[in-house]
Each structure stands twice: as C-alpha cells, then as structure tokens.
Design a protein around this ligand. Structure first.
Ligand code: CMP
Length: 145
C-alpha cells in the first residue's frame, strides 16, 4: 500500500451543520490522519484559483460564491492510499448518488453544498496541498490505537 497525502476541505455547510467533529472522526476512523489543519475564509481569487479547472463549467461562479460564503477547514490527510480512501469515505459528488454511510450521503445539502472536497489524484493532491500549506506546516506523529 502506498502512503499518500490528500487535501480535504470541510466546506461552509459542514461548519454550519456543526459537523466538523463528526466528519473528522469518520476520516480518522478510516485511517486518514490529519497532518495539517487550519480554519480559513477563502477569498474570491483563492477559490477561483483552486477551482480553475472548472472555470468553463456552468456552475463555476456559483461554486466560487458558495465556497466564499463562510469559513472552511483545510486539512492535509495522510494514510495508505489516502486519495482513493478519502474519496470512498466522502461518497459521490452528488449526495443523492452517494452510497449509504458516506459523509456526503449523511451530511450534504446539495451537489454544490456537498460538505467535503477531496483531491482526485496523487498529482492533484500535491498541487492542492501546496496551494494552502507550506511544507513546514505538515507535521509528523504516530497514531496507536
Ligand atoms: P468538489 O469535489 O469540491 O469539486 C468541484 C465542486 O463543484 C464539487 O465538489 C461541487 O461542490 C461543485 N459542483 C456544483 N455543481 C456541480 C456539478 N453539476 N457537477 C460537479 N460538481 C459540481
């Protein structure tokens, strides 16, 4: 198994649902260890840059507006196959299509206010983590259960 890192964002609806703790608990239970974590209010230009790949999509302006509508929690998660594992625990982008027991199925309000973001590849994970965190902000510790 490959030890990987991935970027996770707890979106404004997650904070407004009072679900930070529940979502982080699910990630940790899945073996995804937060190695960097920060609360943040995204600016419009930060959100536009982060989601630049979606710039031509019809939902882009609404997505930027939503992601800047309230604070988020930024996290770098580390674990075996962290990118795929995080996406499995999150569930499908559209909560109506997300599998039972996934974060989006249980907490998300809509395809836009879908509670969490997770990197979609190891290459993008590196880019996305570097977008928000300096290398010196990533910590090391062992989890012993
Ligand atoms: P995320 O995983 O952060 O990546 C892009 C985001 O765009 C997605 O989650 C949703 O919040 C948002 N979005 C809004 N509408 C759509 C759509 N129709 N398809 C995909 N993503 C959408």
């Amino acid at each position: 198994m490959a030890l990987e890192r991935t970027l996770s964002i707890l979106k404004p609806d997650c904070l407004q649902s009072g679900a930070i703790g529940q979502v982080v608990a699910r990630l940790e239970a899945a073996g995804l260890k937060p190695v960097a974590m920060r609360m943040h209010q995204l600016t419009t230009s930060e959100a536009e840059g982060f989601y630049a790949v979606h710039r031509e999509r019809p939902f882009f302006r609404s997505l930027v507006s939503y992601m800047t509508s309230g604070p988020v929690v930024l996290m770098a998660l580390e674990g075996d196959n962290a990118v795929a594992k995080n996406r499995e625990v999150m569930g499908a982008t559209d909560p109506a299509k997300a599998a039972p027991g996934t974060i989006r199925r249980d907490f998300a309000k809509s395809i836009e206010a879908n509670t969490v973001h997770g990197s979609d590849s190891t290459d993008n994970a590196k880019i996305e983590i570097a977008y928000f965190f300096r290398a010196t902000e990533l910590v090391k510790y062992d989890v012993k259960r």
